[in-house]
Design a protein around this ligand. Structure first.
Ligand SMILES: Nc1ncnc2c1ncn2[C@@H]1O[C@H](COP(=O)(O)OP(=O)(O)OP(=O)(O)O)[C@@H](O)[C@H]1O
Length: 486
């Protein structure tokens, strides 16, 4: 019996799949490899190898059930795209098997599936035919596809003249308008502009609602938590974790911040959770109680994505200005009860504090902090320049002061940097006594069921009511964001 007949509710079955690539150090080695070993065999000599064997995937197994949305995360080069290509049949595995139950539409790397010489229109027909649609079926959907892609007259131009954004628009429009049973997407969404991305998410939700299966690769932790029912963590060609999006994303983010040995230790700890009989360890890893520096079995870095301290999440771009009268030390973020954290929850209050050691007599000292995105956009901050009563009139050389900013984490999931500084007068000159850019970083943990997007939470509360005589809407009303714990 075929896989389709026996699959039941399994949409994708990947069984012990391995994929190897031959790596040649020099172009001429590829040529040598195709000639020399054959000749050597002919004369009865052992063949020379001119390549290195590289395992992009090793023994990967998992199943995706119908209706599941599964996100694949992992560091660069961990094998995510190779895995998707094997699932879609564009790459043949060296070992293992892949079975797919249903019509699969794929958005793999840019360009895959499109002939650059053909027009957009011709490519739509070509792709739809590959996905099993007849000409008449494609005729019936073409206007929807063209409207969704929204690339105007370019639909009649060869796709080699398209920008990468236009390319993705047309590829996505085609893939999702052929009503696939399974949609496979490789980061393609990040290329379109924001309006197009929203349109795509709306369509993805439609596919989810009608029971479609989605497998996608992304580097966005938020997207995984928001869209997926399950997530897979790939590392060095192996599937090292398969579980709830939050737990998987949390381990992925920790791996990202780790260097070689620490990453290997953390990886081993994650892999250990896959061994049968290791459930307590698996639970601890998922909830973040494994891996704290003071834990005897600490794999280096720990904490869950909800509110914790990840010792590996450190600023790699700190710039300390020359000290001109003071120095800033011991900067950190704590909860109101004094617990050190760098993984924060949106909507909660925290304390940023630091110690200022004065090396010169200073007057009218102002303290400040500001929060920035990792690309340097200042989102907000606080300083005492307009609060004379909070300024330090006079500090003597040798004085030490602790500065505390009690603030609300209005930031949405992502990683942010903090600048701090102290400004004052020394010998009649106003100057930065000390200033540190990107002094520390923190991460805001991903949240499910949120209305918010962007960097700042606007504490939105949504109410939808039927307008007068019209019928009641079918969506839930009075969605109270605060009740969902932003
Ligand atoms: N055709 C190929 N020939 C040789 N090596 C390849 C080939 N395709 C992929 N690889 C290697 O296989 C490994 C996995 O690549 P893959 O693109 O699947 O990783 P990825 O997790 O999708 O990475 P990224 O997040 O950077 O897109 C990488 O080391 C890559 O260099």
């Amino acid at each position: 019996m075929s896989f389709e007949e026996t699959a039941g509710d399994v949409a994708i079955r990947v069984c012990d799949v391995s994929k190897h690539f031959l790596l040649f150090d020099r172009p001429q080695d590829r040529l040598k490899q195709s000639i020399v070993p054959r000749l050597q065999r002919l004369v009865g000599r052992p063949p020379t190898r001119y390549y290195r064997d590289f395992a992009a995937l090793s023994g990967v197994s998992f199943e995706v059930r119908r209706g599941e949305t599964v996100g694949i995360v992992g560091r660069n080069g961990s094998g995510k795209s190779t895995l998707l290509q094997v699932v879609c049949g564009t790459l043949r595995p060296n070992a293992g098997s892949v079975a797919v139950n249903g019509r699969i539409a794929a958005l793999l790397e840019l360009g895959a599936g499109f002939n650059p010489e053909f027009t957009g229109r011709e490519n739509v027909y070509l792709n739809a035919a590959i996905l099993g649609l007849s000409r008449e079926e494609t005729d019936a959907r073409f206007d929807d596809i063209a409207r969704f892609a929204d690339i105007g007259d370019f639909i009649g131009q060869p796709v080699k003249t398209y920008s990468s954004g236009m390319y993705v628009r047309l590829a996505f429009a085609t893939a999702i308008n052929v009503d696939p049973d399974i949609l496979v997407v490789d980061e393609a969404l990040s290329v379109g502009d924001e309006a197009f991305q929203r349109k795509c998410f709306a369509r993805i939700e439609q596919i989810q609602e009608r029971g479609g299966t989605i497998l996608f690769v992304t580097h966005s932790a938020q997207l995984v938590v928001q869209l997926c029912s399950r997530a897979l963590l790939m590392d060095r060609g192996e599937l090292i974790m398969d579980g709830k999006p939050k737990a998987v994303v949390s381990n992925y983010q920790k791996l990202l911040n780790l260097s070689g040995t620490e990453a290997a230790v953390r990886r081993a700890a994650i892999l250990a959770t896959k061994q049968p009989g290791n459930e307590p360890y698996a639970n601890a890893l998922a909830t973040g109680t494994v891996g704290r520096p003071d834990s005897p079995s600490a794999p280096g870095c720990g904490g869950d994505s909800n509110e914790d301290f990840d010792p590996c999440l450190v600023s790699k771009s700190a710039v300390a200005y020359v000290q001109q009268g003071a120095s800033i030390h011991n900067l950190g973020i704590t909860t109101p009860s004094g617990r050190r954290v760098n993984i924060l929850r949106s909507g909660r209050r925290y304390v940023l504090d630091y110690r200022v050691d004065f090396h010169s007599d200073s007057t009218d000292v102002i303290f400040g902090m500001q929060v920035k995105t990792m690309s340097g956009v200042v989102l907000g901050g606080a300083n005492t320049s307009h609060r004379r009563e909070m300024q330090v009139r006079r500090a003597k050389s040798g004085d030490q002061l602790i500065v505390r900013f009690d603030f609300q984490c209005v930031f949405l999931p992502g990683v942010y940097a903090i600048d701090v500084g102290a400004l004052g007068q020394v010998d009649g000159d106003v100057r930065f006594l000390h200033r540190i850019l990107d002094a520390t970083v923190f991460r805001v943990a991903p949240e499910a069921n949120t209305l918010n997007f962007g960097h700042i939470g606007i504490d939105a509360k949504l109410t939808i009511r039927a307008d007068g005589a019209s019928t009641a809407p079918s969506c839930p009303t009075d969605v109270d964001e605060s009740a969902q714990g932003i």
